[in-house]
Design a binder for this molecule. Structure first.
Ligand code: NAP
Ligand code: MN
Length: 267
């Protein structure tokens, strides 16, 4: 079977070595290695850590193909195999012995007088102030006003991103089979002057979060961060964060189990 594979690697020495070995092995097994990314490749191999994985999916605009990660980074939560497992990987892939884990994404639409910009995150979207001052945001859920948030910002995590920044903020770890969004406050203020939810809240996939910067407070613009990529905005009219239809398809092998992976990476 002549399948077309594109390999994306970061430039660490370990990644370069792994890429070279993988190319030789795939070549020897009759696969075609694409010299440049092509949207109709059969498989994207990503060599690096989670950061490299996120970089690849953004660079190639959320590829509509299975992706396999080889971990040469630090944590490697998305990454399925280690560089020592290349032969097993090629054997299992050739035999069709794998499953696809579908990961959902989160989208943010930012409306300004210049139009609407849209960004998609696999881990999360963050809304925060550009200055060191606290930010005040009026939040609605499904069109109903819920709270005036005060603090550093809000992080809206996908289940896949629940183990990343969300977890450091005290958010919950969510099984990726659940189709939800988790809204986690970043340093919420809770005093007689300001009142905000201090825990995460969970939203079903058909409810969106509306955010309007509070007109009464002085603000120096808003930063929107998605998977570590930042865009600054001034004079935002409205922000909407919702569940996105775009999915990322991760190749997983026989022993993959989300909770076993969580245990091995966190405990
Ligand atoms: P980074 O600052 O190098 O990433 C921080 C750590 O998060 C790395 O160890 C990375 O793994 C890990 N990571 C990324 N996605 C993960 C996931 N879904 N589950 C568990 N761990 C995950 O930046 P980066 O590597 O480009 O990754 C971007 C992500 O970093 C952002 O989406 C955000 O979630 C996270 N982040 C976390 C904090 C925090 O926890 N305080 C602060 C800023 C950003 P690797 O070592 O394999 O790359
Ligand atoms: Mn990283």
């Amino acid at each position: 079977m002549n399948r077309k594979i594109f390999i994306y690697a970061n430039d660490s020495e370990m990644s370069r070595k792994t890429e070279k070995r993988l190319k030789q092995k795939l070549d020897g097994s009759g696969f075609t290695i694409l010299p440049a990314y092509n949207a109709d490749a059969d498989l994207l191999v990503c060599i690096g850590g989670d950061g490299t994985f996120l970089e690849a999916i953004h660079r190639f605009d959320f590829p509509d193909m299975p992706i396999i990660g080889i971990n040469t980074g630090h944590l490697g939560f998305f990454q399925e195999i280690m560089p020592s497992m290349l032969d097993d990987f090629i054997f299992n892939y050739s035999q069709g012995r794998y499953s696809i884990q579908q990961l959902s994404t989160v989208q943010v639409s930012v409306k300004t007088e210049n139009g609407v910009s849209r960004h998609v995150g696999l881990n999360e979207v963050i809304i925060k102030g550009r200055s060191t001052c606290s930010i005040h945001l009026n939040i609605s859920i499904g069109g109903s006003f819920i709270e005036r948030f005060s603090g550093d910002g809000l992080l809206i995590a996908t289940p896949a991103g629940s183990t990343a920044y969300n977890y450091s903020l005290g958010g919950s770890i969510v099984d990726p089979r659940l189709k939800i969004l988790q809204v986690t406050p970043i340093a919420p203020m809770n005093t007689t002057a300001y009142r905000s939810f201090t825990s995460s809240i969970l939203l079903p996939s058909d409810l969106s979060l509306g955010v309007v910067t509070d007109a009464g407070s002085k603000q120096d613009g808003v930063s929107i961060v998605y998977d570590g990529y930042m865009n600054d905005y001034k004079e935002i009219q409205e922000i909407e964060v919702s569940f996105s239809d775009i999915q990322v398809s991760l190749m997983r092998f026989e022993n993959y189990d989300f909770w076993t992976k969580v245990k091995s990476k966190f405990l």
